[in-house]
Design a protein around this ligand. Structure first.
Ligand SMILES: Cc1ncc(COP(=O)(O)O)c(C=O)c1O
Length: 396
C-alpha cells in the first residue's frame, strides 16, 4: 500500500473533536448530552445576514476576487474604523474562515523549521496549522493561578532563537478567556520590534469582552505596522461558524502580496458566505449588547457554579466564551470519556474538552478541562449539576 506522508502522520487530532465517537455511542444509548466542549454558540445569526442570502437572485454562482468582494472589504474597513482600528480595504484579504487566514499567515512568514512562540494553553488547531506549514510551535506557559495573564516578557526572550519568526497570541483567548491589557500588548510590541519578529494576533473574539473591559487590537499599536498581522472571523462575532468567512489584515505590503499568492491558489472565498458576511456588518449594536449581556450572565453562572464544587479551580474569563477549570481528577481525558461512557444523571451527561490538547508541553494541563459557556442558562445549570454529581462518584 502506498504510504502516508510523515506530515500527515504528524497532524494532531483535534482534542475538541476526538471524544465525538464516545458521544455518538452515548446518544445511541438514548442519553442526552450537554455539549460544553465546542465553541458553537446557540446564539441566533443576525436576520439581515440570512435574509441577504435567502433573498438573492444570483443566476451564476461565480468566483469572486481572490482577496474577496471589494464591496465587502470596503465595508469591513469601515467596521474596523468604528473600532478604532485603521485598516484600508487593500490591507485585507478575505479568507475561508480565520483558519485559512492562519494557514496563509504561516505560509507567508515561515519556512519549514521556523519557530513561532505561543503562550499556552492555546487554540489547539494552531498545532495543526503549524504542522501543515512545517512550523515548530514553541510554547511559553501561562498559569491558571495568574488567570492566564501574559507570561513575563523575559520568558519570551529566553525562547527567541535565530529560527524564531513570530509570536502568536489569541486575544481574547481561546481556551483561557484572558483579555490582554494595553500594557501587555505594548510589551509584546516592544519585544517584536527589538528582535524584528512578526506578531500575529488572532482577534476572532474581539466583541466578547466583559465587565466593561475594552479590547486592544494589535493593529492599534503605533510603530509595529510592519510586524503586525491580524486574524479575524465572522464565525463567533455573528454566530456564523458555518459561513466560513474570515480575514487576514496587515499594513506590511510584502506580507499581503505573499498571502495574496496563497489566496490566488485557492481562487476565492465562498460567494454566498461573503454576501451574508457583508450584510452582517449592518447588525445593530443592540444585538451585541444583548449577546454580551447573555454571555456575561452565563460566565458568572458557570464560574460561580464551578467554584462551589469541591476541588475545582477556575480562572474567571474576561473575554471569549471559554474557561479552563482544574478538576480533582488525575486525568481529565479519562474523566471526559467516563462521563460519556459510564455516567448518567437521569439519563443525561456532559461533554467537556480535556485541556491537555491545548498545551504543547507534554504532560501539562492533565487535570484541566476547557468548558465553553455556549448553552443557555437552564442548560448550563443542569450541566453543572451533572458535573458535580459525577465528580462525587468518580474514582480516578
Ligand atoms: C481562537 C480561534 N481562532 C480561529 C478559529 C477559527 O475560526 P474560523 O475558521 O471558524 O473562522 C477559532 C475557532 O474556534 C478560534 O477559536
Amino acid at each position: 500500500m502506498p504510504s502516508i506522508s510523515n506530515k500527515g502522520q504528524a497532524m494532531p487530532e483535534s482534542p475538541i473533536r476526538k471524544l465525538v465517537p464516545y458521544a455518538e455511542a452515548a446518544i445511541k444509548k438514548g442519553r442526552k448530552i450537554y455539549q460544553l466542549n465546542i465553541g458553537q454558540p446557540d446564539i441566533k445569526t443576525p436576520e439581515k445576514a440570512l435574509a441577504a442570502v435567502k433573498n438573492n437572485d444570483i443566476e451564476v454562482l461565480s468566483y469572486s476576487h481572490s482577496a474577496g468582494f471589494e464591496s465587502y472589504r470596503n465595508k469591513l474597513s469601515q467596521y474596523y474604523t468604528n473600532h478604532n482600528i485603521d485598516i484600508a480595504p487593500d490591507e485585507l484579504i478575505i479568507t475561508t474562515g480565520g483558519s485559512e487566514a492562519l494557514l496563509f499567515t504561516m505560509g507567508s512568514i515561515c519556512d519549514a523549521g521556523d519557530e513561532v512562540i505561543i503562550p499556552e494553553p492555546f487554540y489547539a488547531n494552531y498545532n495543526g496549522f503549524a504542522t501543515s506549514s512545517g512550523v515548530t510551535v514553541v510554547p511559553v506557559k501561562s498559569k491558571i493561578e495568574d488567570g492566564f495573564a501574559l507570561p513575563p516578557i523575559s520568558e519570551f526572550e529566553k525562547l527567541i532563537t535565530p529560527k524564531t519568526k513570530a509570536i502568536l497570541i489569541c486575544n481574547p483567548g481561546n481556551p483561557t478567556g484572558y483579555l490582554y491589557t494595553k500594557e501587555e500588548i505594548d510589551q509584546l510590541a516592544e519585544i517584536v520590534k527589538k528582535h524584528d519578529l512578526f506578531i500575529v494576533a488572532d482577534e476572532v473574539y474581539r466583541e466578547f469582552a466583559y465587565d466593561g473591559a475594552k479590547h486592544y487590537s494589535i493593529m492599534s499599536v503605533k510603530g509595529i505596522e510592519q510586524n503586525a498581522i491580524m486574524i479575524d472571523s465572522v464565525s463567533k462575532r455573528y454566530s456564523m461558524c458555518g459561513a466560513r468567512i474570515g480575514c487576514l489584515a496587515s499594513k506590511n505590503k510584502e506580507v499581503m502580496s505573499t498571502a495574496m499568492k496563497f489566496a490566488q491558489a485557492r481562487l476565492s472565498p465562498p460567494t454566498f458566505a461573503q454576501i451574508a458576511s457583508e450584510a452582517a456588518l449592518d447588525t445593530p449594536q443592540d444585538y451585541f449588547d444583548e449577546v454580551i449581556s447573555e454571555y456575561t450572565t452565563r460566565r458568572n453562572l458557570l464560574v460561580e457554579g464551578l467554584e462551589k464544587i469541591e476541588g475545582v479551580k477556575v480562572a474567571k474569563p474576561k473575554g471569549a466564551f471559554y474557561c479552563i477549570a482544574e478538576l480533582p481528577v488525575k486525568d481529565a481525558e479519562d474523566f471526559a470519556k467516563w462521563l460519556l461512557e459510564s455516567f448518567e444523571l437521569e439519563n443525561e451527561t456532559v461533554m467537556i474538552a480535556p485541556a491537555a490538547g491545548f498545551y504543547s508541553t507534554p504532560n501539562t494541563g492533565l487535570n484541566q478541562v476547557r468548558i465553553a459557556y455556549v448553552l443557555k442558562k437552564e442548560n448550563l445549570l443542569r450541566a453543572l449539576e451533572i458535573l458535580k454529581a459525577a465528580l462525587k462518584v468518580y474514582k480516578g
